[in-house]
Design a protein around this ligand. Structure first.
Ligand SMILES: Cc1ncc(COP(=O)(O)O)c(C=O)c1O
Length: 442
């Protein structure tokens, strides 16, 4: 489509240090996109690739929405930047208010950050500050879960339960205790929330007994673990965590960076699973991925406690980022709120979910498929390792699928599917048809 391939020369590939990528391999055999529209990404040669993971779970409304582009352009040519400390611009207030139309009742104070990782570290600091102000500064510990992904800043790495994300950086990470993950062997191929596994929440009670529940600041969980490969919560599991947190005065934090904004078929996992946390992190689809942005929604009591206990004049919470509430990100967010409302995008995700899950679960007869997990508009197809090192087949499959014009994210040997909510049935058919064709050769 008139785009020169920027990687024709191997030397031109060397300066960019790619994140979470096998740099050496990629620079030998790059897999690039140069354009996007709707559910489609385009390779430099013009081939159309279906985006089965909404980028990295961001592009809920489909790529290159003109309303968002226009809003960002107008913002950048009106007020490109203004400092978010001791100054503000109107769209920050407007977006915070619009976001609270979607968050659970009472979670109505919104702190803006630049990414999901920043939202997690911000929530950790809110929890510590909240307890300290109430005379409970001894609450310094956190609880998280095996197989969790909470971003890559140091707080989030400490909370993450994926070894590769920790192994090189682990020394000196703050005190975190880990509950077991919720992927039980008897729940293979279960669709939605498994019937068994709620008792895994008793791990939290055991940790409280061991370290003292009154020393724990907060419990962090993804309502459905996303990056590891879609682990929906067993029935009654989140409810049990909520009850144990309440019993010990621990804050419950839902990391909804992936599960937020409709992915679970409701505005947030909190509503989808009927459990309200104290803090809720979000990012990605707030702006449809068009501008970097994250946020933490807090229960009003947490905001009130921190601000009221602060000095009558002066800063109450010593935290924030240069790009908190960036005007262009706020403009993109507001345009996305319009799309969510006008197109009932979340209702559309909920309505498409049964068709999507039927299609994905139809792959279970493939010999290489050892598990399928799915809920809402997210699913993971797990491949057997076939005697290879863990992750090798997932990586190979993800490349073969790109070559067959399907884009998705793999983690280990799980292929993660999370199509944009504008996807029609025939798009789902194409995604699953391509998977079947490619995986049949495995
Ligand atoms: C649950 C969760 N938390 C945090 C993050 C980190 O977000 P970011 O990559 O925007 O920093 C992610 C990213 O996928 C995530 O899935």
């Amino acid at each position: 489509m008139g785009h020169a391939d920027p990687l024709l020369e191997v030397d031109a590939r060397q300066n960019y240090w790619m994140p979470f990528s096998p740099n050496k391999e990629f620079k030998q055999e790059p897999r690039m996109f140069v354009r996007a529209e709707g559910v489609w990404l385009y390779k430099p040669n013009g081939d159309q690739v279906i985006d089965a993971s909404s980028g990295l779970f961001c592009v809920a409304a489909g790529h290159c929405r003109p309303e968002i582009a226009k809003a960002v352009y107008e913002q950048l040519t009106t007020l490109d930047y203004s400092m978010p400390f001791t100054r503000a611009q109107p769209k920050a207030f407007e977006l915070a208010q619009r976001i609270t139309n979607f968050t659970p009742a009472g979670m109505n104070r919104v702190f803006f950050v630049g990414s999901g990782s920043e939202s997690v570290d911000t929530a950790m600091k809110m929890a510590l500050a909240f307890h300290r102000i109430r005379g409970q500064g001894h609450r310094q510990l956190f609880v998280s879960r095996e197989r969790a992904y909470h971003g890559v800043n140091m707080g989030g790495v400490a909370l993450s339960g994926m070894v590769n994300n920790r192994r090189s950086f682990g020394v000196g990470l703050p005190g975190v205790h880990f509950m077991r993950h919720t992927a039980l062997p008897e729940n293979k191929f279960v669709r939605g929330q498994p019937e068994t596994g709620a008792d895994l929440a008793d791990d939290l009670a055991r940790i409280c007994t061991m370290v003292g529940g009154d020393n724990i600041a907060a419990v962090f969980v993804e309502p459905t673990a996303g990056s590891f490969g879609c682990l929906p919560p067993p029935k009654c599991y989140l409810e049990k965590l909520r009850a144990i947190c309440d019993q010990h005065g621990i804050l419950l934090v839902f990391d909804e960076v992936i599960t937020g904004w409709g992915r679970m078929g409701a505005p947030f996992g909190a509503q989808a699973f009927g459990v309200t946390p104290d803090l809720l992190t979000m990012a990605k689809a707030i702006t449809n991925g068009a501008q970097p942005m994250g946020a933490v929604a807090a229960r009003q009591e947490i905001y009130d406690t921190i601000t009221e206990a602060g000095p009558a004049q002066g800063i109450e919470f010593f935290h924030g980022y240069t790009y908190s509430a960036h005007p262009a990100a706020c403009a993109a967010g507001l345009a996305m709120m319009d799309i969510f409302e006008r197109e009932d995008l979340i209702g559309r995700a909920a309505a498409m979910s049964p068709y999507f899950l039927d299609a994905v679960y139809s792959l279970r007869d493939l010999p290489c498929v050892v598990d399928i997990r799915g809920v809402g508009m997210m699913a993971a197809v797990e491949l057997s390792t076939a005697g290879k090192p863990p992750g090798a087949r997932g990586h190979e499959a993800q490349k073969a699928l790109f070559d067959a014009n399907l884009n998705l994210k793999s983690t280990g040997d799980s292929l993660i599917l999370a199509p944009p909510f504008i996807a029609e049935k025939h798009h789902i058919d194409q995604i699953v048809g391509t998977l079947r064709k490619v995986l049949a050769a495995y």
